[in-house]
Ligand binder design. Sequence first.
Ligand SMILES: *Cc1c(COP(=O)(O)O)cnc(C)c1O
Length: 372
Amino acid sequence: MCDLKGQYTKIKPEIDSAIQEVIDSTSFIKGKDVNLFQDNLAKYLGVKHVIGCANGTDALQIALMALGLKPGDEVITPDFTFIATVEVVALLGMVPVLVDVDPLNFTIDIKKLEEAITPKTKAIIPVHLFGQCANMDEIMRIAKKHSIFVIEDNAQALGADYFMENGSKVKAGTLGDIGTTSFFPSKNLGCYGDGGALFTNNDDLANEIRSIANHGMKVRYHHDRIGVNSRLDTIQAAILNVKLKYLEEYNRARIFAANYYDSNLKACSHLAVPSRVKWSNHIFHQYTLRVIDANRDELVKHLASFGIPSMVYYPVPLHKQKAFEPYRAVNGTASFHVSDSLANSVISLPMHTEMDESTLKFICEKTLAFFK
Ligand SMILES: *Cc1c(COP(=O)(O)O)cnc(C)c1O
């Protein structure tokens, strides 16, 4: 599904010397590369504060803690996402309220989102799924109207552009109260292990986040609140500093591959190529098709027989996960027919920064052959 080796080979000397420098310095924790990377990413995103942490799941958890949410508070998330988005809500004793998604762009359904708001709702976590943004103009409008916080889960769309209704262009993840991301190796900006970050334009929130991620302290060994230990490793920050320079190029390579898939697959009546929304570009963390009137699981097997990997993101929507049984009643009679149908029909094809035309051609030919 990805080619991390091919990507590394192209920048090996830069990466190797960045890692070696950290080892020589022995500043493994909070070395200079951590601050440098936070500053560089903040500049790239056009956001005031970037705070590194251990992974994207921690970033979401720290965001909920920094906003001062309490057990029993309701937090709205899409039903069709990676478990991390919702897991942290439940872990903190809050109540996850799941909302169905849009059938075309797979992000949270705006109409159903507003219907799910109750007096207990304290936050919404939209997910910019597969590399394309949720409709942030609408989400911010709804959040403002009901005085609720917005945490953007931007683990899959780091570097995507968001085009606001007022005509300005901003980077994904910078419109909500807090944005979070993950540097898991296969993400659009991946490190060589685990890593994550939070972004905010709010100075007070930034201070809270830094303190929470550091055992709840502002002054050393004086703990103001219960926090966690969540740091971005210096070695990972050094790697990310190198790779951040290539992020735009990497995202362009993904867009190239997606356009190639599109032009070869869109004529097939059994496949729906990914739709593009008008408010965001798509940087294709995943290239996800919907299979129509054909057996998706057979297609997966057919591709595998030619050595072509494919994945189903996500085969079980959150409302059907065993772990969320205790929260089922909260969702009442809400309908999840879109996420249910997506779970049965989506397939993601190989998508990474090193895809060449001959590989893409082979994958497209074998995909189309299945429907002949
Ligand atoms: C990857 C991912 C996360 C979690 O990131 P980790 O670094 O693996 O903890 C959270 N949300 C979404 C949507 C993701 O894709």
